[in-house]
Design a protein around this ligand. Structure first.
Ligand code: COA
Length: 160
């Protein structure tokens, strides 16, 4: 489906809706982590500190329908970037929004980075299928990474 991107920079007023999307798509723990991460990011921003993170929301009919972003870790290679929290509200799923959000993140990342990584929970098969369908390949697992014993499964794509 051809879709025009509806992405806007996240602001503080979007935090609750964005965290709720992660809670609905994954679970309350992930939602709480997302909320804490977004709040920390905006505190850093208020202090004028660039934390290497950027967040975006997908707006649909005045609602926050999706959340995405990029995480660059200063302790990692300069050429690497990671997909940040990524989710689409269940009311807006399976309409191609996730695919456009991911391709927009790749377009943005291409300006500064060469390799695009995605961290996933080892049991999140829907997400794995989705990332494979978007041209990402499995980079490997970190066994027993999650408290439930599931691995962290990492996907990667080389940016052109
Ligand atoms: C993964 C996720 C972001 C995908 O978002 P989405 O907007 O539903 O993604 P899309 O609509 O682009 O694609 C999803 C599927 O719907 C299909 N699809 C897209 N448009 C469609 C349409 N109009 N009709 C029917 N199916 C469609 C796609 O082919 C895709 O199938 P696939 O996964 O087998 O490749 C979403 O499922 C989600 O939020 N999951 C919970 C949170 C999560 O796990 N995030 C990832 C953490 S690592």
């Amino acid at each position: 489906m051809a879709r025009e991107p509806h992405l806007a920079a996240m602001h503080k007023g979007h935090i609750e809706a964005a965290a709720e999307i992660m809670a609905l798509g994954r679970d309350e723990t992930v939602g709480a982590r997302a909320r804490a991460t977004f709040k920390l990011h905006f505190k850093m921003k208020d202090l004028g500190v660039d934390d290497g993170r950027s967040y975006f929301v997908w707006m649909e009919d005045g609602r926050v329908a999706g959340v995405t972003g990029l995480h660059h870790y200063t302790w990692g290679p300069d050429e690497n970037v990671w997909l940040a929290y990524f989710g689409v509200h269940p009311d807006f799923g399976r309409r191609g929004i996730g695919a456009v959000m991911l391709s927009e993140m790749q377009r943005l990342a291409q300006a500064s980075y060469r390799r695009f990584f995605i961290e996933t929970h080892g049991a999140n098969e829907r997400a794995h299928r989705f990332y494979r369908s978007q041209g990402f390949r499995e980079a490997g697992d970190i066994a027993d990474y999650n408290p439930d014993g599931a691995p962290m499964k990492v996907f990667v794509k080389d940016l052109e």
